[in-house]
Design a protein around this ligand. Structure first.
Ligand SMILES: [Zn+2]
Length: 352
């Protein structure tokens, strides 16, 4: 899922994202991720409701998953105060005081009108003590139950399956607490399960260990979603450990800094080894001096609009040098296409 935190995949129009996804894999479902916390602050629930939610706001006819806002409340806001009821926090925008609860998160996600909602969870921080993690798991389960109650009531008057609610597993790096979190969430029977509290600065081997202790406990017939990951090789390793869904800012954020993903020179045909053993790619920082007169496209083996045009490395580097927003946009188109192509190749290998 590309990330449209505030209702836009930065620098890219929704129809451009649709074009990329369609050109890479016309059979695949299209989905993006947006964020409850940010959309709650701006444009706010009232405007979202008037415009028929985020689908109307963005004119995006495909699926949207919204993060619950839990992570942002704890990581972005000033002075978050947590109680069993919810969280008091100050907006990172204007310092205004807000109260977020599991029920409010559900109400806001209903105003956003997203297709997949996330339960409001408590991230314990990283690293976290065993006491902090235990408290976070207990609270996350209690809040998940309140979200599920609200959601079931809401869905009584709507077509079954028209919205889905996922629970978020916490437990940090502690296997006992990951297991407890999974068991408590499974009892609530969510439509899918996310592994949360990762991609927060832990080493890759810790990430893989947590997945090995967590994903086998989650039902294989429901989506398993790893939040916030990551570089291509970590996505591949997570898929091998049972993960189905991802979101990450890396393709878009890196693009805005001129960091682009390309086919590796030795293996220009595929981005993934046929046995899923390795992601095959290289990275360029297109702002480097060495590209100042390079007439090649970013990646001669890429079929994105930036590379097909083709716009040269020298042109894109020049655009960065003169702070032209088109530079970020051309690289964003390329990197999002790269990630979509990478995932498509993995899906094809799994299908085969
Ligand atoms: Zn490209």
């Amino acid at each position: 899922m590309p990330i449209a935190t505030m209702g836009a995949v930065r620098t890219m129009a929704p129809h451009e994202l649709e074009d990329i996804q369609t050109s890479v894999d016309p059979e695949a479902g299209q989905i993006l991720l947006s964020n409850t916390y940010h959309l709650y602050l701006k444009p706010g629930e009232k405007i979202l409701q008037e415009l028929e939610g985020i689908h109307g706001l963005m004119n995006w006819p495909h699926s949207v998953l919204t993060d619950s806002g839990g992570f942002q409340v704890f990581s972005l806001s000033n002075m978050a105060t947590i109680s069993d009821d919810g969280v008091d926090f100050r907006s990172h925008r204007d310092g205004s005081l807000h109260h977020m609860t599991p029920e409010r998160s559900m109400e806001i996600q209903s105003a956003i009108g997203s297709d997949i909602w996330m339960a409001f969870d408590q991230f314990p921080g990283y690293p976290a003590t065993v006491e902090q993690v235990e408290a976070s798991v207990i609270r996350t389960s209690a809040w998940a139950s309140r979200c599920q109650n609200w959601f079931k009531q809401y869905m009584k008057s709507r077509p079954a399956g028209s919205h889905q609610l996922f629970g978020i597993v916490q437990g940090s790096t502690y296997s006992d607490h990951r297991r407890a979190s999974v068991e408590q969430l499974l009892a609530l029977n969510f439509d899918g399960y996310a592994v949360g509290g990762l991609a927060v600065g832990e080493p890759a081997d810790v990430l893989y260990e947590v997945l090995e202790m967590t994903t086998p406990l989650l039902p294989g017939d429901k989506p398993r979603y790893l939040m916030g990951v990551g570089p291509p090789e970590q996505i591949l390793e997570a898929i091998k450990r049972g993960i189905d869904m991802f979101d990450c800012v890396i393709p878009t954020r890196n693009a805005r800094h001129g960091n682009v993903f390309i086919h590796s020179t030795e293996h220009s045909d595929k981005l993934v080894e046929a046995d899923l053993s390795e992601a095959r790619y290289s990275k360029l920082n297109i702002r480097a001096e060495q590209f100042s007169s390079d007439s090649l496209p970013l990646d001669p083996d890429c079929h994105c609009q930036t590379c097909l045009a083709p716009y040269s490395r020298a042109y894109i580097r020049h655009l960065f040098t003169v702070n032209e927003p088109l530079a970020a946009r051309l690289c964003t188109v390329h990197n999002v296409h790269f990630y979509m192509q990478f995932m498509k190749e993995i899906r094809d290998i799994i299908s085969a």
